[in-house]
Design a protein around this ligand. Sequence first.
Ligand SMILES: *Cc1c(COP(=O)(O)O)cnc(C)c1O
Length: 370
Amino acid sequence: MSVDLNPTPRLLLGPGPSLVHPRVLRAMATPLVGHLDPDFVAILSDIRRMLRLVFRTENELTLAVSGTGTAAMEAALGNLIEPGDRMLACVQGYFGDRLAEMGRRYGADVERLEVPWGAAQDPAAIEAALARRPAKVVTLVHAETSTGVHQPEVAAIANACHRHGALLVLDAVTSLGGVPVEVDAWGVDVAYGAAQKSLSGPPGLSPITVGERARQAIARRTTLPPVFYFDLELLGRYWSDAPTYHHTAPISTAYGLREALRLALEEGLETRWARHARNAARLWDGLARLDLPLLVAPHLRLATLTTPRLPGSFDEAALRKRLLLDYRIEIAGGFGPLAGKVWRIGLMGESSRPEHVLTLLAALEELLRG
Ligand SMILES: *Cc1c(COP(=O)(O)O)cnc(C)c1O
């Protein structure tokens, strides 16, 4: 016999998962029904309706893929890319790089447009790259969780893509629910998120929305999407008012996501974005007082993820471990070229509260100055 389940309570201030509201936890304890039960069909319909509001879209094909954000990445690229298609991957950090790698695995002929980690993409450079070499798909990360950069001018980038006949796939995993994401107003063709970041839901379902242009591109495929599990047209038939079986939806996770979406919409998206901006500003001020300057220039800073630069005068991994074990606060280290050089502090969804910012700053002050 093993002991009762009792993980240590943690203040989750890393790149996800974020803290969830008790209402989400209670929703997840609701008795199971079947994935084709009429009551569950109504729940799927609630989720679709609320996802359209959160994505700010009227796209019919809007649903949540089973799996974490990575599953939504697979769904986006696996449905759009056929072997030999050209893809332009905008790479300014780990997740942009991962999209390039995924495109390659689906057989795309991938060109990488790279900027240094900590910088953002320039719409004119994307347009110039497409003018030189057209592409079917352009991938862009809106909130690069590896660097803390908030990509501006997504609408201008979408326009540039469309002028050159390309579709824009936007990774909104860390932005959705925390900072403005405007799928229709910006003209984004496919956008996806994840429940457990700024939406503060349980990991395991990942929102995705597919616009008309992208649906037509999928319909024009000469081969079927290679992964049955992520076939968006089949998933769309399940996420409908008359669902046909595709795979068993994660019932409890759907309960949790539904409640998380309800909470986000009760708060109001604008109010929620303002809360994230306010708490991030407070964190940035406090880090400056601790002599931890930020990696990212002020106009590109992401409210949901902050990357203080480390002076190199202390063992950052040991300090993070003490923060976790002695103070029960989770933050993350940097990776790739930023390993050992930055921390990654997430203020996403329920984690973005002034009292959490104060707790973290006080703990860091004790650890660094104590
Ligand atoms: C976390 C993250 C992902 C991947 O999500 P998982 O839920 O870890 O699978 C993708 N893109 C970005 C920008 C992320 O932050």
